[in-house]
Design a protein around this ligand. Sequence first.
Ligand code: OXD
Ligand code: MN
Length: 585
Amino acid sequence: MMKANRYVNEWVDEQIALCKPERVLWIDGSAAQQEALRQEGFATGELIELNQELLPGCVYHRSDPSDVARVEARTFICCENQADAGPTNNWMAPDEMKALLRPIYDGCMAGRTMYVLPYSMAQLGSPFAKYGIEITDSIYVVLSMCIMTRAGDSVLEAMGDDAGFIKGLHSKAQLDPEQRYITHFPQENLIMSVNSGYGGNALLGKKCFALRIASNLGRQEGWMAEHMLILGVENPQGEVRYVCGAFPSACGKTNLAMLIPPQVYRERGWKCWCVGDDIAWLRPGPDGRLWAVNPENGFFGVAPGTSEKTNPNALASTKKNSIFTNVVLKPDGTVWWEGLDKNPPTDALDWKGEPWDPASGKPGAHPNSRFTAPAVNCPCISPEFENPQGVPISAIVFGGRRAKTAPLVYQSRDWAHGVFVGSIMASEKTAAAEGKVGETRRDPMAMLPFCGYNMGDYWQHWLDMAEQIPNPPVIANVNWFRTDDEGHFLWPGFGDNLRVIEWVLKRAFGEAEAVESEIGWLPRPEDINLEGTDVSRETLEGLLTVDRDLWRTECEGIRAYYEQFGERLPQELAAELDSLEAKLG
Ligand code: OXD
Ligand code: MN
């Protein structure tokens, strides 16, 4: 067993004194230790073994029915000044939050094992890499973190004598929703999460560290932590160009990250490679371009809707060494969820563990049920996935779900305008989400729940990055969800989205034409390849129109949204909005 450095040991000892576990187990990253933990999980019922012939290495887990999603209302940024957390984050002063949490953690691991898990976000030894220690009392969390990150002794070794690790204290405690807190102390690189066992709240490497804490680190150190997929697009000449994409939930982000080119593209030799499905860490490279790594090592994907048709690569990723949470459990030890196929099992258990009748109208899998799958399982995982230097980014696409306002695609005029385009991202609610259908939720850069400091300062950081990136990626906005007057989608989406990405990437290399509009550069209809689709030229023309009246109303909404940031709103963004309004007349 590798010995941790004294800073790690000191911090762990303090947490032992607070949580008072019966035992402490350091996670070494070995297969044997993980197997022993699986066996223990089976014995206590925390885990259920799945059919080892059909799903080798796979296990099943149910979370508490009150604990199935991230809890934004109970997620806090605890920095000294409330203004530094900004109007879009919950805030509490660090001392006050710690005083509130102390009694909740006091003795919370009595009779339990405390697991101490060293992990790395990004490839060990990469210039991007940051190391963390997660303390937890959940075997599910340990096994999930071993999939989602590089974990174990090798991380302690890479840390050496460094005191600069990210501290994460997690306990399921009593799973009490009233005492559930997901808290971040950016000034101490500390995360404290309690009373939840759900992945997004409990796998601290993901949203808590790789976005909320890392966004702070990026600002201090001159890089960016973003809620973005990373996709490599290989053209018939064998050249691979990389694009990052930020989308709010329910906009097909995982599908885009694992896109399969349309048949006519495949026949010509186009290929797509997944580097990341959720998070990108971006740094200026010595060549003046922006380089990206995916700091994670696995996918924590939404199961419902994932099928052989919608995303065969994601499905294939789950066929071994994966964890399924809150899906339907079939009597043969395999799993099912809505949208997997058209044959719901009739003799299975639902996500709560109760006998399930597909005719009941109740979903068998929770709508936010998940798979946790190793990235190496993905058939289209990029050969550059393990490259510690990352990949050079030629384009960034922002997107949302807009029935009418946003065209299929438009390109920003320059970096500052691109930051504006990201800052005004919005998505209309679907029936699946809370709130009124059609209501827009503004979600700048898809970072609304994940930006660990004032969003106004975050935009300023984006603007300031320009100086370090003389050769910046182009920035575009895409909208796969435009509808006709009857509400039918006009664009086929899925693999056909490559047609739009192709234009964006060609723009980055000066290989495609565009026309200027009030909102930015638009492709001419002939610039989007429609070969092999049944999208007509007229439909495409319609998809590329900009309705001035809608955009004038949009500007009012943006102005109202911007207002809450007061003087933290960067001047340049205020100027972009003024200029857009002036253009619209
Ligand atoms: C996720 C999310 O789980 O964005 O990735 O909520
Ligand atoms: Mn996400």
